[in-house]
Design a protein around this ligand. Structure first.
Ligand SMILES: [Fe+2]
Length: 166
């Protein structure tokens, strides 16, 4: 039989730290299931390199290879490889503008690319460089190498570009 404790002294009262109620904006890991409810359904998609896929589109100074991300993500993302057409002609390319996006990420695949950003100065990016252009940041392309190729990922797939006066 267990010996009965004959301690009668009361323990000192513990300080009370009531639990704070969780803030609705508290940073928390959101499960993939929860995210999926808010975003369009995605489907498995592959795009292999294809020289014939480079399309000049509306611009005279670059060809675009669409990676097919927009239909695969229900319009959430677009991605393309941009291959610039030499030589760099400032009158055609160096026009201040911004893009009304949620996210714009660029990665240099080949060559180099130079841009001036409002409040951030002039940056020259080389193969392996990656940057994010915050939504609506004003920028002007100042140059690119003859072999320049960029990978660009933009959210959402459809967005507006606003050209500005010099
Ligand atoms: Fe731009």
């Amino acid at each position: 039989m267990a010996k009965k404790s004959n301690k009668t002294r009361k323990k000192p009262a513990k300080p009370v730290h009531p639990r704070k109620p969780a803030k609705p904006n508290a940073r928390r890991a959101v499960s993939a299931k929860t995210r999926a409810k808010k975003q369009p359904k995605q489907k498995f998609h592959v795009s292999h390199h294809d020289e014939a896929a480079f399309d000049q589109g509306l611009r005279t100074y670059a060809k675009y290879r669409d990676l097919g991300l927009a239909p695969a993500t229900g319009g959430m993302v677009q991605g393309h490889v941009i291959r610039f057409i030499p030589p760099f002609v400032p009158e055609d390319v160096a026009k201040p503008h911004y893009h009304d996006v949620d996210l714009q990420l660029i990665y240099v695949l080949k060559g180099w690319y130079r841009t001036e950003f409002d409040g951030e100065g002039v940056h020259t990016f080389e193969a392996g460089s990656c940057w994010i252009q915050p939504p609506k940041i004003k920028h002007t392309v100042l140059g690119y190498s003859d072999d320049c190729e960029l990978l660009e990922i933009v959210l959402p797939a459809e967005f507006k570009t606003v050209m500005l006066e010099k």
